[in-house]
Design a protein. Sequence first.
Lengths: 337, 425
Amino acid sequence: MSDDILYSIRNLTVEYKTRAGAVRAVDNVSLDIRRGEILGLVGESGCGKSTFGKALMRLHDGPASITGGELWFDGRDLMKLPITEMPNIRGAEIGMVFQDPMTSLNPVQRILDHLTETILTHEPGTSEADARKRAEELVERLGIRRERIMEYPHQMSGGMRQRVMISLALALRAKLVIADEPTTSLDVIVEAKFLDLLKELQKEFGLTILLITHNIGVVAEVADRVAVMYAAKMAEVGSVQRVFADPKHPYTQGLLKSVPNIKLDEGELYKMGGEPPSLLHPPVGCRFHPRCPFAMDICSEQEPAFEPVAGDQSASCWLYQKAGVQRVAENQDVHNG
Amino acid sequence: MSNIDEKPANTPLEGTTWEVELKQVGFVRRLLMARRWYGADWWFVTISAVAVLIFIIIAIFPQWFAPYSPDALAGPRFVAPGATVELSFLVVPADSSVNKLQDLAVPEGTDQASVAVVQGLPTSGDLNDAAQKIDEIIKNQPAGLRLRPIIDRYVTLDEALQSVMAGTDKAAVVQSTDLAAIKASYPTLREAGSLSGQVAGNYILGTNDIGQDVLSRLLWGTRIALIIGFSSSILSLVLGVPLGLIAGFVGGTFDRLLSLLMDSLYAFPGLILAIAITAVLGPSILNIILAIAVLYIPTYYRIVRGQTLSVKEEVYVEAAKSIGARRLEILTRYIFPNVIPSVAIIFSVNVADAILTGAGLSFLGLGLPPTIADWGIDLARGQRFIQTAWWMITFPGLAILLVVLSFTLMGEGLTEIFNPKLRDR
């Protein structure tokens, strides 16, 4: 395991137990998160990206459980740790920012209490005064006035609350921050500011950020690398420039074409045919084949492996693997033509 | 759910529909809907909170308000509220050495003193009774004094009093109602106490069947009522809230079993369960409190459990987990503070209910020893004399009504104000 990889997820599988049977929301997914990068994780609603994010902290309970895989975080396999030790990791080493800032802070606690609680939980030796000082400095760094630390969450705007959530992760210098659709419920101006802040913090604190979102624009704006998920599987991973310039997986291609653009005329916006498959009964073979414009016989028979296709770009598509190589040339003609 | 939102089919004035509609409804409906239509919540809460405060002050310091001790036989039996009590008073010349009836006693064998009374009044009977009582006591004493006054009957009060002034009679016995007039027109006479030694009291709410002051018992009864109400509610809160929290948070078999137990407790009609428990434990204030507390544990349990189930799915609880908060911390710092407001509101309603149940138990004779001033006991006693002494049962009943009403109104009003889900304006 190379040293520049902070979090190496190997063959992670998460299942939800339902009355209709087990649903694999994350199926055999592998991903490397490099130190100091912002990795964007995109995909349609219900493709398993949030489940994946939560699984990285082993936050699941109730019907969901991690049924397989390894979670190598900073040289340790988190799956081998007893679940009772996970609270030591959460917050201290991996922080999380949730989608809805309106509900992700305890309505009866002051902002200060949120921060000092985090600090005191993980560093029991710290004095109240020290914790308070650190909290104030942190909040100020994130652009919230020092005095407002005594306020309750409902007195703050959505953007401020989201910054408070970030500060919770920064309070203990978490190495990895999982941001689960952090800007979805913010308006565009606040969103832009928040993303700028995220980038600044990443540089300043050497933060690693996993940015889960369905907004391709956000990924293009801030991420270094991008991972595309489709129907509980990883479709494509690569640097933002490469993937956006030359998407390999047909799903990624479709996804990028579906982004609304002001230059497009009416009716020009690409709509991908078909529906995302039911995870209860996923299609045999490649999960994208029923919707894929380049589907071949092999696609409905065998599942493609997730392999490097060009440079640091990896995809799971038969088009780039032995059996499909033959079609690549024609396909690219179609694509470019 | 509200009538104001539904527009009548043919209303000419758009926009002011509710005002038009308001004119069409009757006074009673307006009164009943006051809370919603006029935003009267605050008034309900303020008025009932003041009432509750007054009741609490009375319960803590009943001696400030009660004219008599609750057990004292303060006056004659069955005095109606506001009625003046007729006592017989002794009137003597101002220079006489007589200060009470006993001073009229003379040694055995000598002439007995003569006392003037007016014909046809109960005064002569009172004099006879009082003299006989004193005579019984003094005749066996070594001094050998006897008191068997000769009773001189006159037609009018003036004749009787003039005979006293003339010295024919040593004293006169008059009714307490005449005392003021006598003082004014006969300055040479003075009053020498009542025959029985009682003071003419003022019984605002009357006296009961053994001569206790109803008002005093009422005021002292507030203390018992509130002690029962508060202690049993606090006890069931202290037991019910943690059980509900833990059951809701932990879930699983523990939750199932506990909920089953609580539901079966809840299934009993309240008073019947309380009767069963006190019947087993025996009458005492502690046992009443225990019985009522058991009765209300399921109320707290169910509400807290339900709230916990919903709060624990909130994002901020998950966020707490993501910053490494442990289960106990999540329970005490995230779930408990978010659950407790609804508990505070049902507490107030619960106190009212507990007072009612406590009074019910006492009324049935299962609650407190009958020597204690308690509304339920007074109700039960008053019931026997409901045809002759209506005040004995009416005032304790009204007191219960008022206390229960003010606690309930306060609780319900607070619910309306603090629970946005119930508020549809």
